[in-house]
Structure formats: structure tokens, C-alpha cells
Design a protein around this ligand. Sequence first.
Ligand code: FAD
Length: 152
Amino acid sequence: MDERLFRTAMSKFTTGVTVITTEVDGDIHGMTANAFMSVSLDPKLVLISVGNRAKMKGYIDLSSTFAVNLLSRSQENVSKQFAGQINDKNTAVFTEFSGLPVIDKALASIACDVHDTTIQGDHTLYIGKVRDVVVTDAEPLTFYSGNYGMIS
Ligand code: FAD
């Protein structure tokens, strides 16, 4: 199968956009990700998929913790910053929640401890056991067919 066709098919799945955050030796790191899902209610588990070549993989492996920050519509530049598409450190405002750095004014932030890990192909799946969540009320940032906020 052609790789471009596979990528195109996957891009037809409309998602929200998250930034994964963690802290190692006092330094905060973030990475934009849309490979996120809720896994279990009892216990409360979520899943993220991180490329094996992403720096974030090393950081999560060291910290054994991460937060998933669901972005609001007004946070497109936050997504671009943590995807390496722009370089404007001012877009990144962090706050602390449940012992982890989280993105200020995210729709929701989910603080997790790594519960399980499995390497699958060129990505690593991290199952996070949820410590705590915080929720705000705003419109979501969406991603479809390689574009933000475009559903058609
Ligand atoms: P870097 O490339 O070093 O970090 C990413 C960017 O974040 C850099 O520009 C860096 O300057 C900035 N940054 C990091 N920490 C801070 C900080 N404290 N303050 C300010 N800026 C900071 N990849 C996946 O593996 N899984 C996915 O599910 C996924 N989904 C994506 C969804 C979308 C919509 C997009 C646009 C990209 C997605 N990516 C995904 C790709 C991923 O975001 C990029 O490949 C990213 O650059 C990988 O980051 P890195 O961990 O290698 O670190």
C-alpha cells in the first residue's frame, strides 16, 4: 500500500488537538499530539502515541508522568509551537496542576502516571493512569485533513 494514501486516509479522521507536557529535572517539555484516546473508566486510563524519534519519548520515559492538554480554538499557535511549526516561546504559558506542568487555559488537562508502555512499529503507546483532571469551558481546536478547524 502507498504510504501517502495511508496518511491521507488517516487524515480523514477529525480529531481534537492536544499538547503532551512533562517535566524532567525542572525543565518543562511539550509536544503536539492528536493520537489520544480515553481507554478505561475503572481504573481511569488514557492512551497517547508518541513517535519513537520524538524527544518527548525520552522525556516521558525519564519522568514516568505526562499531562494531556486538550486545546481550545484560540490555541492554534500553541499547537504550532509544540509541533515545531513556529518558534514563539511566548505562546507557551504553563501552570502547575496535580504536580505536573499544564498548558494555561486548555479545554481540559489530564495529569497521568505512566501505567503501561508498548512499542508498536515506529511509535510508542503510553497508557496513562489518571491522577486528576481540570476542565474549562471553550470551543475545541479541531484538526482534519492536515488543517486546523476545517471540517469541509
Ligand atoms: P521538539 O521538536 O524539540 O519539540 C517540539 C516543539 O515544541 C519545538 O519547536 C520546541 O521549541 C517546542 N517546545 C518544547 N518544549 C517547550 C517549552 N517548554 N516552551 C516552549 N516551546 C517548547 N507526533 C506524535 O508523535 N504523536 C502524535 O500524536 C502527533 N500528533 C500531531 C498532531 C498535529 C496536529 C501535529 C501538527 C503534529 C503532531 N505530531 C505528533 C508531530 C509532533 O508534534 C512533532 O513531530 C514534534 O515536533 C515532535 O516534538 P519532539 O518531542 O521531537 O520535540
